[in-house]
Design a protein around this ligand. Structure first.
Ligand code: TRP
Length: 467
């Protein structure tokens, strides 16, 4: 078969693909979400299960997703349709692409709101709000921000506009430079934070929390109610760990697939995957090592939820030498990391509108951006106007529901279908040709064909109470 070309152009070289994919993977998932869900699910055991999911499920699925994208060279919807038809299989497979576009859309709607918090913290840090701050001041600052729908909407709007500006111009231009420079800077700054945490007085306790494995705590989610920590049995810790493995690696919805479709043929997918997954995991663990010592040193509750980093790191910045500078820089870099992730959430949808509807990139981006912004207001209100029980379903706010539906259900389901597609639907020669691995193909094939789907199925059955 002759090699296809993407109409959207290709990365200028293979390493740019790796950078862009790292930019997509490393984001709020690592620095905001990983610490707070680890806190809610009790620490070490959750971290262990998450790492096992990365290794046994995330890595094989990522290889499959990149390979499918590179073979199809189109938006995930068209790629799935055409690859299925090349293998004489059902055109229904294109609906997997549709599910992915929808998942990306739903995720971006709340991702943008949280990224907005980050933007607002850039200015708070720069103006010295956190100088000498203690836990109660930092807690108040956070509560004032999230309690104010107008201000949250303003930051959400700004983030959405910044994201759409790059997407409209094509993801390759600005992204390349930003990622090359800013990812290493973020990494270095996390090391500074871990250095601070090491001297904060809570380092041992923090590390112990992150790495001491206690399955008892894993099955009990903890919350702070009226200032006291309350733990309840939860049915979904395994599902949350699995869902997070997908979320943090940007898997299961076609983001990495569409990036793969711009990837040159001659670069090793295996190598790229290990770099992406490795960098992503290291950043998450560093974030945990920076945050939990501060949590314990200041008597905060690890399970305090989505505000965790915003209620801990400012204490560190407020009390360390050069904290105003480091704090400002940190939130700028985090906003950039969120931005390079957000771009990949809309790219599959934009690519499809351009391919099938003949939209210009600008028009496609505007349509998606505006609708996503509107849906994002639901997340804005989840923290204030709609935070009460009257506006909840199954005890969850709209934000919680969107997060649960996308990360815990849509992404693992997408991953399951990708694994099945690559190893049961595509002919063995097709996928082996695309992966062109020098060694290890049989191992990958075996894991992706049997272990990954079964593992995902077990976790789903566990979540609905069958196992
Ligand atoms: N991985 C990103 C993060 O950790 C979020 C993200 C970007 C994502 N693209 C995605 C999640 C696609 C799922 C699917 O912040």
């Amino acid at each position: 078969m002759s090699e296809k070309k993407s109409i959207h152009g290709h990365w200028s070289n293979a390493f740019v693909f790796v950078l862009a994919a790292v930019g997509s993977a490393v984001g709020l998932g690592n620095i905001w979400k990983f610490p707070y869900i680890t806190g809610e699910y009790g620490g070490g055991a959750f971290v262990l299960i998450y790492l096992v999911c990365i290794l046994l499920i995330g890595i094989p699925v990522m290889m499959a997703e990149i390979a499918i994208g590179r073979r199809g060279r189109q938006s995930p919807i068209n790629t799935m349709r055409d690859l299925a038809s090349e293998e004489n299989k059902s055109p229904l497979w294109q609906y997997m692409g549709w599910g992915g576009v929808l998942a990306g859309f739903l995720i971006l709607s709340y991702y943008s709101v949280i990224a907005g918090w980050t933007l607002s913290y850039v200015f708070k840090a720069a103006s010295g709000t956190f100088d000498g701050a203690d836990a109660s001041l930092v807690g108040d600052v956070f509560a004032n921000l999230t309690g104010n729908p107008e201000i949250l909407t303003g930051w959400h709007t700004l983030f959405m506009v910044l994201t759409m500006m790059v997407v409209a111009r094509g993801v390759r231009g600005g992204l390349e430079k930003a990622v090359t420079l800013l990812m290493p800077a973020l990494f270095a700054l996390l090391l500074v934070m871990v250095g601070y945490a090491a001297n904060s007085g809570g380092f041992e306790e923090g590390l112990n929390f992150l790495f001491h494995i206690d399955f008892n705590e894993f099955f009990y989610a903890c919350d702070v109610v009226d200032g006291a920590q309350r733990c309840e049995f939860t049915g979904t810790p395994l599902l949350t760990a699995l869902g997070h493995a997908f979320f943090t690696l940007s898997l299961g919805m076609g983001a990495i697939m569409v990036y793969g479709s711009y990837m040159p043929k001659n670069y090793s997918i295996t190598k790229a995957t290990f770099i992406i997954a490795g960098a992503d995991t290291v950043v998450a663990l560093l974030a945990g090592m920076a945050i939990f010592p501060i949590v314990f040193a200041n008597g905060l509750a690890p399970g305090s939820g989505p505000g965790l980093i915003f209620q801990t790191l400012p204490i560190a910045f407020g009390n360390m030498a050069g904290g105003q500078f480091f704090g400002t820089l940190f939130f700028i870099l985090l906003a950039f990391a969120a931005w390079s992730s957000a771009i990949s959430l809309v790219e599959p949808g934009v690519a499809w509108l351009v391919e099938n509807k003949g939209y210009s990139r600008v028009k496609a981006t505007t349509v998606i951006g505006v609708s996503c912004w509107i849906l994002g207001l639901g997340t804005v209100f989840s923290f204030n106007l709609w935070s009460s029980a009257d506006y909840q379903l199954f005890g969850k706010t709209l934000f919680d529901l969107l997060d649960y539906l996308t990360a815990n259900i849509m992404l693992p389901l997408g991953g399951l279908l990708i694994a099945i597609f690559a190893t049961w639907v595509m002919k063995k020669e097709s996928i082996s040709d695309e992966l062109s691995m020098q060694s290890g193909f049989s191992l990958w094939y075996f894991v992706t064909r049997f272990i990954t789907p079964v593992a995902i199925a077990i976790v789903f059955l566990n979540a609905i109470g069958v196992i």
